[in-house]
Design a binder for this molecule. Sequence first.
Ligand SMILES: *Cc1c(COP(=O)(O)O)cnc(C)c1O
Length: 383
Amino acid sequence: MGFRTKQVHAGVTPDPTTGAILTPIFQSTTFVQDSVDEYMGKGYSYSRGGNPTVRAFEEKLTALEQGHDTTAYSSGMAATVAVFLGLLQAGDHVVIADVVYGGTYRFADQFLSKFGVDVTFADASDPAAISEVMRPGTRLVFTESPANPTLKVTDLEAVSEIASSAGVLHVTDNTFLTPYFQRPLELGANIVIHSTTKFLDGHNATLGGAVVVDSQELHDRVAFARISAGLIMSPMVAWLTMQGAKTLSERMDRQSASALEIARWLGGHPKVDYVNYPGLPSHPQFELSSRQASGFGAMVCFEVHGGSETGKKLMDSVELWSLAENLGSVESLITHPVTMTHAAIPAEERVKAGITDGLVRLSVGLEDVEDLIDDLDSALSRV
Ligand SMILES: *Cc1c(COP(=O)(O)O)cnc(C)c1O
């Protein structure tokens, strides 16, 4: 079955009692059991462990990522935390890409060490840099590609190979490209993490996360962490995210086409120092991006002449673009990573990772691209 058919139909069957075409929102804490001997006979007991609406969304995402199974969470960070809780113990070592979502960095930096897990941050765009820091106690390698916010790309197949030959799990955050453009499990990764808050929902309506795995053993371990820590997605969020996901491919196609046009336009603007977009031949990993993904995504970042001051002025001058955290929605958003999404990363580490003070991050939405460019153009003329 093709991706578009699956995104509409996977996980959803008409409700047997009423014929409702959409999976109902099972807004119920508990599920009545037929008898003590048939506990969980219908598959559910208490909504912290599982819920039929959440399950429908999980089945849809499993089909889209071509995984073994999925668990859904209250946020992308809850998904990441469940993976750490389910797979690590004191004394373990993890390797994390040096450019990752700010919250992932913060959790690894501030909490993993408290529980006796050792963390090394390494440049995942260079597979050799990953092998160099791996050691006997390494349990997992965590990547994100393209990475938030600089759009650095990791060779997912090469890193998967390095990890698996050492018996280490490769976990990757696929939020930016979604399974429509990139399927890391097919490239050898073991676990895919999503902030469903972003493109999968796509409408700035919900906060959610998901973990898609390649084996039953991994599924059991993260599901156990989820029920123990109480990290599950709510039925209402699962329902809304499922509705959003049905148009994922159409939004990704349109938003990425606009992103490419905006990136090209910015590249020719005299007030712009540089533009990072994996779909521009000037991106250092353009070839790799073209090979491992079928699209380049809707995120663009650039630096304006004059650094931080000019960047801030630009962000205060736009009108159609909204100055806001979040990304992946139908509304176009503009963000200043240093003061907003990545403020948790120490300045020194930020500079090393290329997250400069004047960096501007765009999440290109579904508006007419001419209007988006006009608005950037008039804002740039005022800075
Ligand atoms: C937003 C984001 C997260 C965290 O997701 P939340 O839903 O905000 O908790 C994780 N990874 C990436 C790449 C993100 O953009």
